[in-house]
Design a protein around this ligand. Structure first.
Ligand SMILES: Nc1ncnc2c1ncn2[C@@H]1O[C@H](COP(=O)(O)OP(=O)(O)OP(=O)(O)O)[C@@H](O)[C@H]1O
Length: 606
């Protein structure tokens, strides 16, 4: 919590000091009020002095108005500081998470990052607002009440000195047992959030697999676990109010009893006894509020730890040196034209290996290959063979754990990351679009692209016909995740998005799996035609697929199995030498002879 305040609190120093300071003024008035009431009773009522009564009454009203004004100032400062700090924290978290490489995203997981950026920031925000408004008020009120009571009469003050720590001890005893439950409740709330999110975002799959009962059970278990913890806390804390009020009422009885004798003896006035009772009540209320603050701060401190954990996590993939960024940023529109070896292959892997964090085995092991500029690389293999992992090494979504990856003759680790990634048109395996319009989705690579460029990309991606058929064309709305488009339409739009702005390298990670064979063939033909143009001496294409027909016309095919490249060559070479490739080809030929023939027809044509 302190760390977050140090990091984000600087612009809100005025609010963070002015807020508690104005609350202090209110505390002073709260502490003086019982004394003024004492004078009002003793000098006004006791001595039947109307003038004194009116004067002290007026003083009370002025103090109330001044207290009200300082409360308003404090509330404003608390709102500004907590909202401002919350916004800064969210901005910083969002920016930091965006700088994460895939390894960090894998480590935290998306649901947890969402909870941290929303719920955890909210908890910290609430704690900051409460701290400004109440952290100075209630401890000072309790302390001030005790001091004021002792100043009136030490003997009666002793009752105070015994009862207040007793009430504090009861709170301490109960809260110390409650706090672990509060932390547990927060974890259980996270779990409920996770199950809710999974259940809602995967509602279609849940229904398709008739898993509603199972999901309901999972949710009910999580909800009941949380309810059990809440009940346990309730059982513990239900003794709090009766116990503290018992001690307070006994203390009030003792004050009235002893105070009565004092008044009889003329050592105290009736007003002073009333002031004692008021101070006693104020102290008790202050302790109740402090206990509530402890609960809020306990939750906030757990949330703050989770926020700091994200902010402290350094992205593993960063630019090597600042001068690289400076040098690269000058050629942002054409990132691969500076400082590259024009004769080098577009892609060169030298013994490239990669293991996911925490995994004992390499997902990609010792892969070596070269693809010339403007060439096409096909990557084929069974599920889990390492195809997606291999291509994610190219734009440096992950860093190799051994060996190297070179793009246009330069190790990817020496490229300014942004420039390297700008050079790629990347079509991920899962076709994801964001809410907006077709146009806003297509403009991701090149925000300045003209409509003609967008239509050209749509033509190549075989998406122009269906976009043209939409009433709003390029301005047709896209709902979150692109769920108002079919799987095949989404895939084609993500391919078009990658093609806008003429990437030097195009990576399509199994991104035509939802297309029929004819459309897939037409897409490959159009993409291949693009290979003759581009900023790096022709667009180099990498196609990941499980279909032989999708890779058979590539200049080079890499056959993956258990993370190893078990065959690298042309279709014909692999058919002659690679048993795994032949096996895949024959199994597909047997299943879809006509379709595969169509794919080969295109290959021959291309
Ligand atoms: N984020 C991850 N964290 C840990 N392990 C992973 C992760 N992603 C993939 N793996 C593992 O790495 C291996 C290769 O996965 P990869 O996704 O590269 O295979 P693939 O050939 O693309 O499979 P598919 O064709 O099914 O998409 C698999 O064993 C998989 O379990």
């Amino acid at each position: 919590m302190i760390e977050l305040l140090k990091r984000f609190g600087r612009p809100f120093r005025r609010e963070l000091t002015l807020g508690p300071a104005s609350k202090l003024i209110e505390v002073v008035f709260d502490l003086l009020s019982p004394l003024v009431v004492t004078l009002m009773i003793d000098r006004g009522v006791g001595e039947r002095n109307v003038e004194a009564l009116l004067m002290y009454g007026a003083l009370l009203v002025i103090m109330a108005l001044a207290g009200f004004a300082s409360t308003l100032v404090c509330q404003k400062m608390a709102a500004r500081a907590s909202q401002g700090l919350g916004t800064s924290m969210r901005d910083a978290l969002f920016a930091h998470i965006n700088a994460f490489s895939f390894a960090e995203l894998d480590r935290f997981g998306t649901p947890s990052l969402i909870t941290r950026i929303t719920n955890d920031v909210n908890q910290v925000q609430l704690a900051i607002a409460l701290a400004i408004r109440q952290l100075t008020r209630f401890p000072l009120l309790a302390l001030g009440s005790m001091v004021a009571a002792l100043l009136i009469d030490v003997k009666l003050g002793l009752i105070f000195l015994v009862s207040t720590p007793l009430i504090g001890a009861i709170f301490w005893f109960v809260m110390a047992r409650c706090i672990p439950y509060f932390r547990r409740m927060q974890r259980q709330l996270d779990q409920i959030g996770l199950i809710t999110r999974e259940g809602l975002s995967g509602a279609r799959v849940v229904r398709a697999f008739v898993r509603e009962e199972h999901e309901r059970g999972r949710f009910a278990r999580a909800a009941f676990d949380q309810a059990d913890t809440a009940i346990a806390v309730g059982r513990l804390s239900c003794v709090l109010n009766p116990a503290t009020f018992l001690v307070m009422n006994l203390a009030v009885c003792a004050i009235l009893w002893v105070g009565g004798f004092q008044v009889e003896a003329g050592a105290l006035t009736q007003g002073q006894v009333m002031a004692f009772v008021n101070y006693m009540t104020q102290t008790l209320l202050a302790i109740v509020y402090v206990a509530n603050l402890v609960v809020v701060f306990t939750k906030a401190s757990a949330s703050a730890d989770r926020i700091v954990e994200v902010l402290a996590c350094e992205p593993t993939i960063r630019d090597v040196a600042e001068q690289d960024v400076g040098r690269g940023s000058g050629s942002a529109g054409d990132p691969l034209t500076a400082d590259i070896d024009l004769n080098a292959p577009a892609i060169r892997l030298c013994g490239a290996s990669f293991a996911y964090p925490g995994s004992a085995e390499d997902a990609v092991h010792d892969v070596t290959l070269e693809v010339p500029r403007g060439g096409t690389l096909g990557v084929i293999g069974g599920t889990g063979s390492g195809k997606s992992t291999l291509v994610s090494l190219l734009p440096r979504l992950y860093d190799v754990t051994r060996g190297s990856v070179e793009i246009c003759g330069r190790d990817v680790r020496t490229w300014p990351v942004e420039n390297l990634r700008r050079a790629f048109g990347f079509v991920p395996q899962k076709a994801e679009l964001v809410s907006g319009t077709v146009r806003s989705n297509l403009l991701w690579r090149d925000p300045l692209a003209a409509d003609d460029d967008l239509w050209r990309a749509l033509e190549v991606a075989q998406a122009a016909d269906f976009v043209r058929a939409l009433p709003e064309g390029l301005d047709a709305p896209v709902e979150a995740g692109g769920k108002n488009f079919s799987g095949g339409q989404r895939q084609r739009l993500t391919i078009a998005r990658a093609l806008v702005g003429d990437p030097a390298l195009l990576v399509m990670d199994d991104s035509a799996s939802a297309l029929d064979y004819r459309t897939d063939a037409a897409l490959r033909k159009a993409v291949r035609a693009l290979g003759a143009s581009g900023s790096c001496g022709g667009m180099t294409t990498v196609v990941v697929s499980q279909r032989v027909s999708s890779v058979s016309d590539a200049d080079l095919v890499c056959v993956m199995r258990h993370g190893r490249a078990v065959g690298v060559g042309t279709h014909e070479e692999l058919m002659a030498t690679c048993a795994v490739y032949r096996e895949i080809a024959e199994s597909q030929l047997y299943q879809k002879p006509a379709a595969l023939a169509a794919g080969k027809g295109v290959a021959a044509h291309a």
